[in-house]
Design a protein around this ligand. Structure first.
Ligand code: ADP
Ligand code: MG
Ligand code: MG
Length: 211
């Protein structure tokens, strides 16, 4: 399976659409343990990405990912903008000037994205952040692809792991980001960033299923 720039555009369009649909859900999650802006923040960011896409001059995979990353950093105030922005920038850099990418390059790009989030936010697993959804998903993707060589099956398993990781943030005590200000009161709520990461994982699977 080869992934093209058109697949990346479909992915970005689907993420923008899903974030818009789920904006109030994400914001409600953030109202419980943050400042009630996560859905609004990401919708602003991905809507701006959509408005920039038609006139983008570098329409390569890495060009599209870098445009997304820079747009998220400059338009999504809040913690999630620089974190997701760095993730897209790192993924773009990891892909370089390839016109299409296969499963191994996809895995490399996703791993680079996660590393970017960890470097930027200094969080590790178990701190009730987006990392708790993203890291198990990438682990599963790597393991399942290495075992079966079937990217689609591996991605389905990764999305399931992402969902489990998102749900697993509910009993966690937040020790990074705004939710950490609540201390024990952060327990019992789903992390908004883990929920948005799961939406992005679902969008990635949907695009691969159509590819
Ligand atoms: P803000 O908290 O600044 O209002 P958002 O509401 O848009 O920003 O995003 C909050 C989400 O960002 C959290 O739910 C969490 O998943 C993620 N987050 C916050 N700090 C970190 C961090 N240091 N590392 C990883 N993710 C983080
Ligand atoms: Mg917030
Ligand atoms: Mg905020």
């Amino acid at each position: 399976m080869q992934i093209t720039a058109d697949h990346v555009i479909s992915f970005l369009e689907l993420v923008a659409e899903r974030i818009k649909e789920q904006r109030d859900y994400l914001t409600r999650l953030d109202a419980a343990i943050g400042d009630a802006d996560h859905g609004v923040n990401l919708d602003r960011g991905f809507s701006t990405v959509m408005s920039k896409l038609p006139s983008a001059t570098d329409r390569s995979i890495s060009g599209l990912l870098k445009l997304t990353g820079m747009t998220l950093i400059s338009t999504v105030g809040g913690a999630s903008g620089p974190l997701y922005g760095t993730a897209f920038l790192r993924a773009g850099t990891a892909i370089g000037d390839r016109e299409t990418i296969g499963p191994n390059e996809l895995i490399t790009a996703l791993s680079a994205a996660l590393e970017g989030i960890q470097t930027r936010g200094k969080a590790t697993r178990g701190e009730k952040t987006m990392i708790d959804a993203i890291a198990p998903a990438i682990d599963t993707l790597k393991e399942q692809y290495a075992a079966s060589g079937d990217l689609l099956a591996a991605m389905r398993a990764a999305v399931a792991a992402c969902e489990q990781g998102m749900i697993a943030t509910e009993p966690m005590l937040a020790t990074k980001g705004r939710a950490s200000y609540l201390g024990e009161r952060s327990i019992g709520h789903r992390d908004p960033g883990a929920a948005s990461a799961y939406l992005m994982a679902q969008a990635m699977l949907a695009v691969l299923e159509r590819a």
